[in-house]
Every structure is written in C-alpha cells, then in structure tokens.
Design a protein around this ligand. Sequence first.
Ligand code: SF4
Length: 363
Amino acid sequence: MTTNHSVPAHSYFAPVLLDWYPRHQRDLPWRHTRDPYAIWLSEVILQQTRVRQGLPYYHDFITTYPTVHDLAAASEDEVLRHWQGLGYYSRARNMHHTAQQVVREYGGQFPQTYAELLKLRGVGQYTAAAIASFAFGERVAVLDGNVYRVLARVFGITADIAAPATRKQFQQLADSLISADAPDQFNQAIMEFGAIQCTPVNPDCLFCPLQSQCFAFQHGMVNELPVKSKAKAGRTRYFHYLVLRHGDTTYLRKRTGKDIWQGLYDFALTETAAPTLPAVEVLEAVEKLGGIVAPNRVAEPTGTYRHVLSHQKVEAKFHLIWLSEPLPQEALVASGLAPFTAIEIEQLPKPILIANYLQKTGI
Ligand code: SF4
C-alpha cells in the first residue's frame, strides 16, 4: 500500500500507543472481561452508538441475559423491547439469532478464531476481530471509524474511506502494525486513541505522542483527513398513523416485511407522497380497515414527529380516532391489528417515534 509517509516498519507506532493507553483509557465494563459473550454484546451495542448512550443498554442486557443461553431463550419481542431506543433494529434481531446459533451449533461456546467467528450471523470483520483479539488474543487488527481516522492522519492516506476497496489497504496496514505480544491491548489502544485523542473535530494534536510522526499534523492536513465521500441524501417518507381506540384498548400491529422497524409495533399506517392527509381520506382509511368511527370522535392530527434513519427520514402525524365498536375479527386478521391495553403496550417493542407519541399523549 502507498502512504505519503514512510518510516521503516513504522516501529514507533505500537509502542507509542501501548504506552499511551493505560494512562488514558476509560474504565468500561467490557474491558474487564475475556468472556466472548460479554465482549460480543458490547460490540453489537456500540456499533453506530456512542459509549455514553450504549452503556446503560449494555448493563441492562448483561444483567437480564447474563449468558448466551439466557439471550437465546428470550422471545424476540422481549429482546426488541430491551433494545428500544438504540435504533438499527436489525442488529437486535441478528444478535438474538446469533445467540440461538451459538447455543444450537456451538453448544453455547463462541468460536475461538477470527475465521470461525465470521460465520456467525451479523458478525462482520470488525466484530470478529474484536472478539478474536480481546477474548482469545488472536493477532488480527480491528478496523472501525476511529482506526481509519488515526491511520489516515498518521500515515497520510488520502484514499476515500467510504469506498469498499479502501478497506483492504487499511487492513493490511493495521495488520502490519499490530503488536505481536499484546494484540488485544493494541486494538483497544488504537480505538481509544481515535475516540479521545485523535477525535474527528479538534483532535488534541498539541499533546499528542504521535505528533512528530503524524503526516497530517506535519503537513497541515488534520482537517482534510480522513477523506470520506458523502452518503447520498436520504428520501423523506410521510406516515399518517391512525390511532384507533375503543374502550380502554388501542389497536397496534407488528410490522412485518422488508421495510424499516421490522418486528416492532406501530399503528395502522397510511403512507403518502405529501406531508398531509385530508380528513376525508383519514375516514376512508378507517372504513377500509372495517372501523366505525364514533360520532365526532376524530381528533385533529398531531404536529409532525420526525425520525432520521440512516438512508431515509420519516415525518409522522398521528390521527386519534375513537371507534363506536371494536374492530371485527375479519378486519383484525386482514390488517394484522390487535387491541392492547396501556399496560400491554408498555411491554411491546416500538419504534422510538411511536414511544415518544405514546409518552406525550399518555395512552
Ligand atoms: S497529531 Fe493530531 S492528527 Fe496526528 S495523530 Fe495526533 S491527534 Fe491525531
């Protein structure tokens, strides 16, 4: 691979990081264990999530499901409920599936090598490298956003880190740098270094132990590296939720199919190309579902609830509607809706947007 900065074997790099790490590392619970289950759990939770946000989820999961057997035995609804608020729900479903796979195919013992770990569902190169090195001491370098940034800056790499082909270059470099004696510490160190010293904005270059070797610092390119092309702007979707109520029950349905929020519960939904849904169309939609609206029991739609996902934005409005009779059985079968009391709703896994609405309205 070509870098703009060549120091034979980069021999300074690992020792500097290994010296820096014990003095600066944050005390995080998964750093006190070699249990592959706990390490895997922390890695799945922390993907695309900040440590401060992920920490309470980690505590919750490891307390509720102390072993992979406990997680495997839980229902998907229960797992999603514990995951609620973290987003990227396919991660939770994959995690649950993987726990079952580990129990079923590996007798509850995680595989011990990088190559074997990669065979688990939802376990990609990063997670496999993290578990293999942290739990089993295998010499395989992790590559996450922090590592890309540190390597790009220190070695002056200008390749686009969003391009899939770039991964190989970085992996080769990281594998050539990783310490033979302490691969686990090296991996922890480089990620932590990226997280708290060589941060995306305002890195602490002034007090950086790599300053004299850092290409970006020496060439005034700290703000230009790493190079990352921008993702395409996502589309906006307009959701109109029909919050159908009768007596002390509210109708929800479990989302199925390939769309977002699979496995979570929401209300009857009409999606439109424009932000508004005329009142007459709201009533038509209720009728189509087999509902009979009680006289004068359609509330004004709420204001817009927004939720930004990785490739799309959702703008939702909620239409609270009281029914004069419960929805008939055929309508329930056709729509997938079912009546739930407030206590039951509390236990259901829901998109955060739905949870926010329920909290605000006290349903
Ligand atoms: S000098 Fe600055 S840019 Fe270079 S490694 Fe240190 S913190 Fe990062």
